[in-house]
Design a protein around this ligand. Sequence first.
Ligand code: TPP
Ligand code: MG
Length: 330
Amino acid sequence: MSVDIPRTPAIEGKTLIHLFEKMLEIRRFEEKVWDLFGRNLIPGTLHLYIGEEATAVGVCANLRVDDYITSTHRGHGHCIAKGARLEPMMAELLGKKTGYCKGKGGSMHVADASVGILGATAVVGSGIPIAVGAGLSCKLRKTDQVVACFFGDGASNNGTFHESLNMAAIWKLPIVFVCENNLYAMGTRISNVTAIDNIARRAIAYGMPGVTVDGNDAVDVFQAAREAVERARKGQGPTLLECQTYRHKGHSRFDPATYRPQEEVAEWMKRDPIVRLRKKLTEEQVLSEEEAAEIDKRIIDEVEAAAEFALGSSYPELGEALEDVFVRAR
Ligand SMILES: Cc1ncc(C[n+]2csc(CCOP(=O)(O)OP(=O)(O)O)c2C)c(N)n1
Ligand SMILES: [Mg+2]
C-alpha cells in the first residue's frame, strides 16, 4: 500500500505502520516497567525513553538484522527498535534468570548479539568507541554491515565522542553516529555546557556530513537515517545525525525534573511522536482509527504477556553470581 505524503513519496504505507507499531511497543513496554518499578519489582533504577521513540525507530527501521547498534543508559527503545524480544527484556529488568543477561545486567545492560545489539552501557560516551571498533571490524571483514551508534547530547561533550568521530572519518567506517539531543544531561541544560545550537555542526571538524532532524518525527528521522545508512553501506563513510527530541519523564525514575520550565514541557508534550504519526496515518487513510486502536490493543497484550513471563520466572541462584563474569584461562 503506497501513500502520497509531501516530502516522503518513497515511504510505503507498510513502513509507516511499522514505525507506528515499533514506537508503540517501546511506549507500552516502558509504561509497564514504570508501573512495575513503583511496585518495587525492579531493582536499581530506570532511564525512560518515553517521548524519544521516533529516533530509535526511525534509525533502526533502516537496519538489517546483521547490522549493529551500540546503546546507552536510556537503551530500552534502541533495543526494542533493533529487534530485542519483550520477554527476555522484561525478565532482565526484573533481575530474572530468563533475562537477556540472566538477570545480572538489568535495565542498563541489555545485549542480544543475535540481532546485532552490542550492548547498552551505563558509562556515558563509552558506546561510541565500541561502535568504531565494530565499524572497523565490518570494514576489515569486507562485509557491507552498518553500525548505528546512539548517544546523548551530554555524551557529545565527552572526549570519546571527538576521538571516535575523528578515527571513524579517517578510516571511512560504516557508522551512523546518532546524537539524541534531548536538551538535558541529567539536570544540566545543553546551553550551559555546549556553545553551539546544533551538535551536527561538529561534523564539519571531522570531515563528515552532519544533519539535524526533528527527532520527534519518525518520518524525518527515517529519511535522514536512510541516506546515512546507504552512504555507510556503500563505503562512503560515517555521518553525524542529530535528532532533536525530549524525554517526557525525568532523567531517571527518581528524578521529578523540576529544573525544566513547565511551558517547555507542555510545548514538547504537544509534539508527542506517537500522537503525531497516528494522526498522519489516519488522516492519510493508511490506517483507520479502529485499526490503529487494534494495533495498540495487540501491543498492550504482548507487553502484559512479557510481564507475566518475567514475574513468573525465577531469580538466579546465589551460586550463579560469578558465572558468565570471568573467562577461564586455558
Ligand atoms: C562517564 C560518566 N560520567 C557521568 C555519568 C553520570 N551520568 C549518567 S547519565 C548522565 C547524563 C547523560 O546525558 P546525555 O548524554 O545527554 O543522555 P540522556 O540521559 O539525556 O539520554 C550522566 C552525567 C556516567 N554514567 N558516566
Ligand atoms: Mg541528553
